[in-house]
Ligand binder design. Structure first.
Ligand SMILES: N[C@@H](CCC(=O)N[C@@H](CS)C(=O)NCC(=O)O)C(=O)O
Length: 270
C-alpha cells in the first residue's frame, strides 16, 4: 500500500493525489497540517528534511518531491499510462513540470501567504506564530523560504518582490492560454502530467476568488480547459474533498479581500 503524507491546502500534495486518482491507485493518507506546524515534528523531518508535503512511502522506500513522486508512481504502476508514449511529448510535459516546480510553485507559495495563510496562522497566537516561522528550515519550499515566509506574513503585498511573484503566476496562465490554442490539453491530445501539474495552481486562484485572471474573456482557452477539468471525477476526489471547510472559507474571504492588490499589479480593472 502507498502511504502519502499530505495536506488539504498543499498544491504539491494535490498534484500527487490527482495523479493517483487518475490512475485509480489506492492509497492511504497521513494528514500533516502544514498550517499548524505538523511538518516540523522530528518524526516527519526524518523522512522530509525540508519540512514540506508531500512525501510518499512505498514499502520501505521514501520518495519526496511531488513531480518525482508522480514519475515514480508511473514507473511502478505504468498502466493506465499518463506519461505520453512519444518522447517529444514527454519532453514537453517535462518543460511544464520543471517550470512549475522551479518558478510557479514559489510564486504560488508567496501569493498564498500574502493573501490568506498569514491570517490563518495568526490563530496560533503570537508565540505560536513566532515558533511556526522560526521552525522553517533554511532550505524548504525554496532555498530562501525561512526568511521569505516571514516577509510575506509581515508585509503581505508590500513585500519587495510581491509584484514580481504575482506577474510570474499570471505569466503561467498566459503560457497555458497559448498552449491551449487549438488544443484540448496542454501537451498532445491527452490529459497528462502537464495538466495535472497545473490544476492545483488554477484551483488555488479559484479558491482565492481570483478567477478573473482567466475569466471575463481574459483567457478563454484556460476557462474552457478548467471547465473540462472540473467534470473529471479526480477534481472532486483529489482536490475539493481535501480542503477543510474552515480553510476554504479563509481562502475565499481573504483572497477576495486581497483581489484589489493583485488586480492592481496586473492592471485589471475591479
Ligand atoms: N518541491 C516540493 C515543494 C513542496 C512544498 O513546497 N510543499 C508546501 C505545500 S505545497 C509545504 O509543505 N509547505 C510547508 C511550509 O511552508 O512550511 C514538491 O514539489 O514536493
Amino acid at each position: 500500500m502507498l502511504k502519502l503524507y499530505h495536506h488539504g491546502s498543499s498544491v504539491c500534495a494535490a498534484k500527487v493525489r490527482m495523479f493517483l486518482d487518475e490512475k485509480e491507485i489506492e492509497w492511504e493518507g497521513v494528514y500533516i497540517d502544514i498550517l499548524k506546524g505538523d511538518q516540523f515534528q522530528a518524526n516527519y523531518l526524518k523522512i522530509n528534511p525540508k519540512a514540506v508535503v508531500p512525501t510518499l512511502v512505498h514499502n520501505k522506500a521514501v520518495i519526496r518531491e511531488s513531480t518525482v513522486i508522480c514519475e515514480y508512481i508511473e514507473n511502478v504502476f505504468p498502466e493506465p499510462f499518463i506519461r505520453p508514449q512519444n518522447p517529444i511529448e514527454c519532453a514537453e510535459v517535462m518543460y511544464w513540470t520543471k517550470g512549475v516546480d522551479e518558478d510557479l510553485h514559489p510564486a504560488c507559495a508567496a501569493l498564498t501567504f500574502m493573501a490568506s495563510h498569514r491570517h490563518t496562522i495568526n490563530r496560533l497566537g503570537k508565540e505560536g506564530v513566532k515558533e511556526f516561522l522560526e521552525s522553517t528550515p533554511p532550505f524548504s519550499v525554496s532555498p530562501d523560504w525561512h526568511e521569505q515566509k516571514k516577509i510575506y506574513v509581515r508585509e503581505a503585498f508590500k513585500a519587495p518582490d510581491a509584484a514580481k511573484k504575482v506577474k510570474l503566476y499570471d505569466d503561467y496562465i498566459s503560457k497555458m492560454e497559448n498552449a491551449l490554442s487549438g488544443n484540448d490539453w496542454l501537451v498532445g491530445k491527452h490529459f497528462s502530467l502537464a495538466d495535472i501539474a497545473m490544476v492545483p495552481y488554477i484551483v488555488r486562484l479559484d479558491m482565492l476568488k481570483m478567477s478573473e485572471m482567466w475569466e471575463g474573456g481574459r483567457r478563454p482557452n484556460v476557462k474552457h480547459w478548467f471547465d473540462k477539468v472540473k467534470i473529471r471525477p479526480s477534481y472532486q476526489s483529489a482536490l475539493l474533498k481535501w480542503v477543510p471547510n474552515e480553510l476554504e472559507q479563509d481562502l475565499n474571504r481573504n483572497g477576495a479581500e486581497s483581489w484589489p492588490d493583485v488586480a492592481k499589479i496586473l492592471e485589471i480593472r475591479v
